[in-house]
Design a protein around this ligand. Structure first.
Ligand SMILES: [Zn+2]
Length: 357
């Protein structure tokens, strides 16, 4: 595993993923997105299946749910395709399914959200029910996404004060999600996004006949530099016990105060039990730290502001996109080494866990 597995653009990441998957003898499928990428290229969610279509156990690794966070997940997938671990998995009756670029539009255009400014990790809920109100977000929306960008010093001061007051609010917290401001942060949307429908179709095709599915969805942007936090979502106590047995006591329960992430609704892995009823599911979010929180927040605010100002000058647009890339992808060898090293240990634990399940 080397830092060379990291790509510098979605287009490069996709080409390398497809080439490595084919070289490995994987079954490759592509789900083309209706829009184009930042370089005018075709964009898609691609899958690579290593191992038998009828293997009892399935190990899923997905990347790019949050668009530009995909540089790391893609590198983990590419490293895995060059590793001996998939062989170890198939020898143990486990097929490996890599889902590349859940949100290819955001990966290519360097946004965390999708083509409609939807945060996909808030989009997998039940749309027959209203999305829960988020008074904590509501309180500071106008400070987070001001009328002009970059924001004035007065707005920054007010926001810093407000964030200090709201930082401990977790249920809901600022980033729990909201469905009121389409030009805001953590916007859940009002219907299932393209990626939502695509991921559900992939799960139905590849997951329904399995006995047990483990799923690692790779993210970046929260927590200490280079540290991979294994986050446990809203699942059963039995699933928690199993995950702690597989992955260790450093698994973090998202509802606990120590988590880097607050309570969220509409999480992507939540669709696995819905699409694969009767299959045991062991899901997690792997969240790697990048820059300090205020820098990441500022990048997200710029992205949201741009979503509401599509006619912004080109130079400002480029600056905002660059800030998003830098906030979610640290282009430094020490960081890349931490990402891949921790991922390999996590993947091995997952294969060992599934093999004994
Ligand atoms: Zn993320």
């Amino acid at each position: 595993m080397t830092a060379a597995h990291f790509s510098q653009s979605y287009r490069e990441a996709r080409q390398r993923f497809l080439a490595a998957a084919r070289a490995r003898g994987a079954t490759v499928e592509s789900h083309a997105h209706p829009l184009k990428g930042a370089e005018g290229e075709e964009i898609a969610t691609d899958t690579a299946l290593v191992g038998a279509a009828d293997a009892a156990h399935l190990f899923i690794v997905s990347s790019g749910t949050h668009g530009a966070e995909g540089f790391s997940g893609s590198a983990c997938q590419l490293a895995l395709l060059h590793d001996t671990l998939p062989q170890r998995a198939t020898d143990s009756g486990i097929a490996v399914l890599l889902i590349h670029a859940v949100n290819p539009y955001g990966f290519s255009h360097l946004t965390r959200t999708n083509e409609d400014n939807i945060d996909l990790n808030r989009n997998f809920g039940d749309f027959s029910q209203p999305y829960p109100a988020n008074p904590v977000y509501e309180e500071i929306h106008d400070l987070l996404v001001p009328g002009a960008w970059p924001p004035s010093a007065a707005i920054e001061e007010k926001l810093t004060t407000a964030m200090a007051r709201l930082a401990k609010q977790r249920d809901p917290g600022v980033s729990s999600g909201q469905a009121v401001h389409p030009d805001g942060l953590f916007y859940a949307g009002t219907r299932p996004a393209w990626s939502n429908k695509t991921i559900r179709a992939i799960l139905r095709a590849h997951g329904r006949s399995r006995r047990h599915i483990a799923w690692i969805d790779v993210h970046t942007g929260l927590g200490p530099y280079g540290h991979g936090e294994k986050i446990f979502g809203r699942h059963s106590p039995e699933t928690l016990a199993r995950e702690q047995a597989w992955w260790g006591r450093d698994l973090i329960v998202s509802s606990m105060a120590e988590s880097v992430s607050p309570r969220t609704m509409g999480h992507i892995t939540g669709c696995a039990p819905e699409e694969c009823p009767g299959v045991a599911i062991t899901p997690t979010t792997l969240e790697y730290g990048t820059l300090p929180n205020p820098a990441v927040r500022r990048a997200l605010r710029g992205e949201a502001w741009l979503a509401g100002h599509p006619d912004a000058p080109d130079a400002l647009r480029k600056e905002i996109r660059r800030a998003v890339r830098d906030a979610f992808y640290v282009d430094a060898d020490d960081w890349k080494g931490m990402i891949l090293g921790q991922f390999r240990a996590f993947a091995l634990q997952t294969i060992n866990g599934l093999a004994a399940a």
